[in-house]
Design a protein around this ligand. Structure first.
Ligand code: FNR
Length: 382
């Protein structure tokens, strides 16, 4: 199987599975507990159908939308995700450059494997920095100041990781970053020589944005649950979120909002966007799917901030459904991570190209000339 055999996100997933050592593939692919929420995030899109209009004169369609103050060329962007150079040596640089080619937002994580400045200087595409709130207040202030200096367009505060989710695939495979050598992981690395040689001989990477704040002697081979449980601040509350919003001063997004009450509080503290998200099912299993929660959240706050539907997107038609309900844009993680792991920057570009073509084709088939024409009139619930 090669990149040219990848026609949809499931194809990229299959190729990623072949190319990555088991612990790393399962870190991307896995989710919490029984992974019910992860599956539901995608299945939710089957709970309604699109009802097209025809003969609408659709030689050109405008897929652009405006989110967090920036116009993006397609209504789908790249959510922040950790550790991208572990998946492919090109990591965040490849993902950022691909986002730039497609004119869409690119999010980098607090747990990125390149520095804030590296990404800030490299790409002109709209970019958001995703902040986890650490117990170490100096680290939080430093990251906010660095993102501002590097001219990031938005700060995204992730609020659904107050403790680490129970990711059993990671427990079973012993996933850590950097990877630890055990007899079992050694076998897996030996079976994936291309990944292993790149890992060993390309430029070394680290958690560039954390490294100056991890005291000497700390074991940096962390499972993600260890990181959440030991370094993040569980006393985090709305007052602290508001203070971070004020410190940042610009476009501010809360990522991980699922209830109408919280969406209203996001408005109250001055957020300009929310990502309706359950972290791709990686935190609270049994949580509802973002798409299932979207309508009530849009109805409550959609006229006061940008509502973004994050997670489970695998098809252009999923994006059309979320926009029809009232999302300003959609975002996703695995949809580009599988492609990154499969083939680096050309992989991410191919995945984004396939999704953009699906969105455009489906808009034409729906008889829609611009995303603003999509509405609930063209949806029916099963
Ligand atoms: C994530 N996600 C995430 N979110 C975040 O705020 N900071 C982070 O560092 C990460 N890291 C991360 C790693 C991996 C491997 C995945 C799969 C996800 C969550 C991410 O931003 C997004 O919410 C989900 O990926 C959405 O679900 P889908 O699109 O993967 O189904």
């Amino acid at each position: 199987m090669r990149l040219s055999d990848c026609h949809n996100i499931e194809d990229f997933r299959r190729l990623a599975k072949r190319r990555l050592p088991g612990p790393i593939f399962h870190y991307i692919d896995g989710a919490a507990d029984d992974e019910l929420t992860c599956r539901r995030n995608t299945d939710a899109y089957e709970s309604c159908d699109l009802v097209p209009n025809v003969l609408a004169g659709v030689e050109t369609v405008d897929m652009s939308t405006t989110v967090m103050g920036r116009k993006i060329a397609m209504p789908l962007f790249l959510s922040p995700t950790a550790l991208q150079r572990l998946f492919h040596w090109q990591g965040e640089r490849a993902v950022g450059r691909a986002a730039e080619k497609f004119g869409t937002f690119f999010g980098i994580s607090s747990l990125a494997t390149v520095s804030i400045e590296d990404v800030g200087g490299m790409i002109s595409t709209p970019k958001m920095f995703q902040l986890y709130v650490h117990k170490d207040k100096g680290l939080n202030h430093a990251m906010i100041a660095r993102a501002r200096d590097a001219k990031f367009d938005a700060l995204t505060l992730t609020v659904d990781t107050i403790v680490g989710g129970n990711r059993e695939r990671c427990l079973r495979t012993g996933f850590t970053s950097p990877p630890r050598l055990t007899p079992r992981s050694a076998l897996s690395f030996a079976a994936h020589p291309r990944w292993t040689l790149n890992y060993l001989f390309r430029e070394k990477f680290e958690l560039s944005n954390l490294k100056d704040h991890v005291s000497e002697g700390t074991n940096v081979a962390l499972s993600i649950a260890d990181y959440f449980n030991t370094m993040l601040d569980q006393s985090m509350d709305w007052k602290m979120a508001e203070a971070i919003r004020a410190e940042w001063g610009g476009e501010f997004c809360l990522k991980g909002i699922m209830s109408v009450d919280d969406a209203k509080r996001a408005v109250d503290i001055g957020a300009t966007a929310i990502m309706v998200s359950n972290h791709g099912g990686r935190q609270l299993d049994g949580s509802r799917a973002p798409f299932d929660q979207l309508a009530e959240i849009v109805d409550a706050v959609g006229d006061r901030l940008d509502v973004i539907c994050d997670g489970g997107i695998r098809r252009g038609s999923h994006v059309l459904k979320a926009l029809s309900v009232g999302a300003k844009a959609c975002s996703g993680g695995r949809l580009y991570l599988y492609a990154l792991a499969a083939a680096g920057q050309p992989g991410v570009e191919r995945a984004l190209g396939r999704l953009r073509d699906e969105i455009e084709r489906d808009m034409k088939l729906m008889g829609m000339r611009s995303v603003s024409e999509l509405s609930r009139d063209n949806l029916r619930w099963r």
